[in-house]
Design a protein around this ligand. Structure first.
Ligand SMILES: [Zn+2]
Length: 158
């Protein structure tokens, strides 16, 4: 039976939204929270995925951005300021909204989870504050021509 598991991750990070007309254009930080939820068929072990393995997959991505400034590459003001600052900065090709951060994690994590055949669905929820979140979710098992062929054969045998 399809079963979901989830684990919460937290990190501190600074950013700004240059296009924002109110407070978010200023350099500020959040205590980010991310929930990673995986849905799939439990293995013989009774686990969808060992929480320990989930942690060891996600932690390196968190470490990379923890206590960093997440900088949109097009933000030349911050790029110039940070260039020779020696401060921890991670450059990305998108405005650093919670929505885009969730999609960024989804893209990288879905690639890692894709080969794990029992997993079906990934949901990423990123919160900047206690009262808000952005969510991206999608299928991990995309039907390949091969699997369609298999389904068709199975149907013929019925
Ligand atoms: Zn913010």
């Amino acid at each position: 039976m399809l079963t979901s598991i989830a684990k919460e991750f937290r990190w501190e990070m600074a950013h700004r939204l240059p296009f924002h007309e109110a407070g978010c254009r200023n350099v500020h930080g959040h205590g980010y929270r991310m929930d990673v939820e995986l849905t799939g068929e439990p293995l013989k072990t009774g686990m969808v995925l060992d929480y320990f393995d989930l942690k060891s997959i996600v932690d390196p991505l968190i470490l990379e951005i923890d206590h960093a400034f997440l900088c949109d590459e097009t933000d030349s003001l911050m790029r110039d300021f940070l260039k020779s600052s020696g401060l921890k900065v991670v450059y990305v090709q998108f405005p650093t909204t919670a929505e885009n951060i969730a999609r960024w994690f989804f893209e990288r994590l879905s690639e890692i989870f894709m080969p794990m055949k029992n997993l079906r669905h990934l949901r990423i929820r990123v919160s900047e504050t206690e009262r808000t979140y952005a969510e991206v979710n999608g299928e991990l098992r995309v039907a390949t021509p091969e699997s369609k062929h298999f389904d068709h054969q199975a149907h013929m045998l019925e």
